[in-house]
Design a protein around this ligand. Structure first.
Ligand SMILES: *[C@@H]1O[C@H](CO)[C@@H](O)[C@H](O)[C@H]1NC(C)=O
Ligand SMILES: *[C@@H]1O[C@H](CO)[C@@H](O)[C@H](O)[C@H]1NC(C)=O
Ligand SMILES: *[C@@H]1O[C@H](CO)[C@@H](O)[C@H](O)[C@H]1NC(C)=O
Ligand SMILES: *[C@@H]1O[C@H](CO)[C@@H](O)[C@H](O)[C@H]1NC(C)=O
Ligand SMILES: [Zn+2]
Length: 612
C-alpha cells in the first residue's frame, strides 16, 4: 500500500498553505460561495454585502482508490500505537501543524460524538477573541483517522485593537436603526469579522428582531467606528412562486394517531417540560399555538391526552375547530420530526431543539415555538433559527389566495420543509446557525428542506414528488419542476445553477439530485416500512437518511453544492466503509455533479473503478 501521508500531503496541505499564505487569499470578484447580498431591515431598503472567506473541504474519499481511509492524526500524541485518540486532544495541534496557525489562536467550540465519526468544530481567534467567519471542522472516523477537514481560516492582513472604543449601547442603537428592529435582550458578544480586504475588524454582535416585519438578525457592528459590518439572517424565508389556481386537490384523510411519541427520543413524551406536565400542545420539543402569543394553545379534548378536533376544509381556517386541528397537526409533525431525526443523529449533542436536554449535552431551553395561523405574513411559512440555546421559531401563515383560505399548518410538506431548515442550520457548523449565509449555501439549505419533505412523502416506490402541491394547486407544486428520476419531467443539472439567483430555484437542483440518489438507493437496497422508528437496518430509505443527517455535520460552513456532494460520499465512507460510493458517484454524475464538475460546469464522469 502506498503511504497515505505522502499522497495526501501535496494534494491537501500544499493547497492549504498556499491559500493562507497570502493576506487576501480569496478572489475579489463576486462569488456565490463567498458573498451574499442582503436586503435588510423592515422595508429591505438597506443593501449589504456579507462576506465569508472561502472554505476548503478536503475529504479522504478522494484517496480511496489507494486504499486509504484517512490521515493518521499526529502519531506522537499516541502513547501506544493502538490507542484511539480523542479528537478533543488532537484537533488543535492537528490544525496547527496543517494550517500553520498557532493553536493559541484556535478555539475549540464543540466536540460531537456521532455514531459514525467524531466531529470537532473550531474557530480562529485573535487574542482570545473568536473570528466569527473563520471556522473549521475536523472529522475523526471510527478507525481513529482524520477523514475530513474543512476550513475558512485566514492569515489576516491586520487586526483591530481588542479593546472596543464604542460601547455596546451605542452599537445597539446603530444596529436597531440600520436594521429597523429592536435588540431582543440576548447576550451580546465581541467577535472579530474578517473583511474582504483581509483585515480583521472587531465587532459587537447584537440580535435585532422585528416581529411585525418578520425579521431576526445578528448584527456585527464595528466596535471602533460603529458601522454595520455584516449580518446573519436567521430566517429561512420561503418566498414561493405565485401560480394560478385551477383545481382543488382532494385532501388526504385525517386519521387518529395514538401515542406517536418515541420514548428514546422524547423520554418524557411530548407534553412534559421538566416536572411540569401539560394537557396542551406544549412540551419539551415544541409548543404550538394560534397567533403570535404563547396563548391559545390547543387543549386536550378529554381528561387524557386526546387532541381530537374536527377539521372542515370546505370552511375557512378560522371556522369551528379548524384552528385547534391545525395546531394539533403542526404540533404532531414538529414532534415527529424531532423524534425520528433524533434517532438518526439530530440530538442534544448535535444542537437540537429541546427545553430539557436531560444532561446529555448541548444547550437546552430552545424548544420550537410553532405559531399557527400567524398573522405576521401570508402565502408562506418561515423558520427562524438562532444558535443552540435559543428557541427556533416557526411561523405558519394562511394562503389567502384561495377560497377558503388554506392553512399551511395542515400541509405536512411545508411544515417538514421548515423543520429541516432548523435541523440544517443547527447541525452544519456546530450549532452557530451561521453557516448558510452565502448565496450558494442558501440554495443548498432550500434543497435539503425540499428533499426531506420528499423522503417523508415516499411509500415503497420512487415516485415523482411535487413539493407544495396543495399550497400551489399546480402540477409542479411550488417549484418549476416535480422531483423526478426522469430528465424530461425534471431536467435540472449542476449547470442549471448558472444564472440562478433565487435560493429556492437553486435548491430544487440539489433536491432533485437527492431524489435521484434516493431512487437509486431504494432500487438497489429496498425500502423499509419502519424507517421512522428503526434506523438500524440497511434498506435504501434508511441509508439515504443516515447519509443526509451525517452529511449535515460533515459539510463545511457555507457549503457549496460540490461540498454537499462530497459530504454525502464521505458520510458513506465513514458509516458504511464506502459501500455505496459508486452508486453515489454515478448518480451524482448523471446530473452533472461528476468528479470533475467545477464552477457550475457539468461533468458526467465518475471514478474509474466505478465503471461497470
Ligand atoms: C418594525 O417594522 C415595521 C414595518 O414592518 C415598522 O413600521 C417598525 O417601525 C419597525 N420597528 C422598528 C423598531 O424599527
Ligand atoms: C386539562 O384539561 C382539562 C380539559 O380537558 C381542564 O379542565 C383542566 O383544567 C386541565 N388541567 C390542567 C392542569 O391544565
Ligand atoms: C436523459 O435520459 C436518457 C435516458 O435515461 C439519456 O439517454 C439521455 O442522454 C438523458 N439526457 C440528458 C440531457 O441527460
Ligand atoms: C478529471 O480531470 C483530470 C485532469 O484535470 C483528469 O486527469 C482525469 O482523468 C479526469 N477524470 C475523469 C474521471 O475524467
Ligand atoms: Zn425554505
Amino acid at each position: 500500500m502506498v503511504s497515505f501521508a505522502k499522497l495526501l500531503a501535496p494534494a491537501l496541505f500544499a493547497f492549504l498553505s498556499v491559500r493562507t499564505a497570502s493576506a487576501t487569499p480569496w478572489p475579489s470578484t463576486f462569488h456565490h460561495n463567498t458573498h451574499r447580498t442582503h436586503y435588510l431591515g423592515a422595508d429591505r431598503s438597506l443593501k449589504l454585502e456579507a462576506f465569508h472567506p472561502e472554505s476548503i473541504f478536503e475529504a479522504s474519499i478522494y484517496f480511496f482508490r489507494f486504499g486509504v481511509e484517512g490521515v493518521d492524526p499526529l502519531p506522537t500524541y499516541r502513547r501506544h500505537p493502538r490507542d484511539i485518540l480523542n479528537l478533543g486532544d488532537i484537533a488543535l495541534p492537528f490544525l496547527e501543524s496543517k494550517l500553520g496557525i498557532s493553536k493559541d489562536n484556535i478555539l475549540l467550540r464543540a466536540i460531537v460524538q456521532g455514531e459514525a465519526a467524531q466531529y470537532a468544530f473550531l474557530a480562529q481567534k485573535i487574542n482570545g477573541i473568536p473570528i466569527a467567519n473563520a471556522v473549521a471542522s475536523i472529522t475523526l472516523n471510527g478507525n481513529g483517522k482524520i477523514s475530513s477537514l474543512s476550513s475558512s481560516f485566514v492569515k489576516p492582513s491586520g487586526s483591530a485593537d481588542v479593546n472596543p472604543s464604542i460601547s455596546v449601547d451605542d452599537a445597539t442603537a446603530t444596529a436597531e436603526k440600520a436594521l429597523k428592529g429592536t435588540y431582543n435582550g440576548h447576550k451580546t458578544t465581541l467577535e472579530f469579522v474578517v473583511q474582504p480586504s483581509g483585515y480583521a475588524a472587531l465587532s459587537h454582535v447584537i440580535q435585532i428582531q422585528n416581529d411585525t416585519a418578520g425579521t431576526w438578525y445578528e448584527a456585527f457592528i464595528d466596535a471602533h467606528d460603529n458601522t454595520l459590518l455584516s449580518v446573519t439572517d436567521f430566517v429561512a424565508r420561503a418566498s414561493y412562486r405565485v401560480l394560478p389556481i385551477h383545481e382543488l386537490d382532494p385532501t388526504q384523510g385525517f386519521q387518529t394517531i395514538i401515542d406517536p411519541q418515541d420514548m428514546t427520543a422524547s423520554p418524557n413524551g411530548w407534553h412534559q417540560e421538566f416536572s411540569t406536565t401539560t394537557n396542551l400542545t406544549a412540551g419539551n420539543n415544541a409548543i404550538a399555538y394560534k397567533g403570535s402569543q404563547l396563548i391559545n394553545v390547543a387543549v386536550q379534548t378529554s381528561d387524557v391526552l386526546n387532541f381530537i378536533y374536527d377539521v372542515d376544509l370546505t370552511k375557512d381556517p378560522s371556522s369551528g375547530t379548524n384552528v385547534q386541528a391545525a395546531t394539533t397537526n403542526a404540533f404532531y409533525v414538529v414532534n415527529t420530526f424531532h423524534d425520528f431525526t433524533y434517532k438518526y443523529g439530530f440530538t442534544e449533542t448535535t444542537f437540537n431543539f429541546q427545553t430539557n436536554n436531560f444532561n446529555k449535552g448541548g444547550e437546552g431551553f430552545d424548544r420550537i415555538l410553532v405559531s399557527v395561523q400567524d398573522d405576521y405574513g401570508i402565502n408562506d411559512a418561515v423558520f427562524f433559527t438562532p444558535p443552540d440555546g435559543q428557541s427556533g421559531k416557526m411561523q405558519l401563515y394562511l394562503y389567502v389566495k384561495f377560497s377558503p383560505r388554506l392553512d399551511s399548518a395542515l400541509q405536512n410538506d411545508l411544515v417538514i420543509h421548515e423543520c429541516q431548515h432548523g435541523a440544517s442550520n443547527r447541525m452544519t457548523g456546530g450549532g452557530t446557525a451561521r453557516c448558510f449565509q452565502t448565496s450558494e449555501s442558501a440554495g443548498v439549505a432550500e434543497g435539503y428542506a425540499d428533499a426531506m419533505a420528499d423522503w417523508f412523502s415516499q411509500g415503497g416506490t420512487t415516485a415523482d414528488f411535487v413539493f407544495g402541491r396543495d399550497a400551489s394547486k399546480s402540477s409542479t407544486g411550488l417549484r418549476k419542476y416535480a422531483y423526478s428520476t426522469s430528465n424530461v419531467t425534471n431536467p435540472l443539472r449542476y449547470s442549471s445553477l448558472k444564472g440562478m439567483t433565487d435560493a429556492h430555484d437553486m435548491g430544487s437542483v440539489w433536491a432533485n439530485t437527492l431524489h435521484n440518489v434516493y431512487a437509486a438507493l431504494v432500487i438497489a437496497k429496498g425500502w423499509s416500512t419502519n424507517a421512522l422508528t428503526d434506523p438500524t437496518t440497511n434498506e435504501g430509505n434508511v441509508v439515504w437518511l443516515h447519509l443526509f443527517i451525517d452529511a449535515l455535520l460533515l459539510q463545511p460552513c457555507n457549503p457549496t453544492f460540490l461540498n454537499a456532494r462530497d459530504a454525502w460520499i464521505q458520510a458513506d465512507a465513514n458509516r458504511y466503509g464506502g459501500a455505496h460510493t459508486c452508486l453515489l458517484w454515478v448518480t451524482f454524475a448523471s446530473r452533472g455533479f461528476g468528479v470533475n464538475a467545477t464552477d457550475l460546469v457539468d461533468d458526467v464522469s465518475f471514478p474509474p473503478d466505478c465503471d461497470c
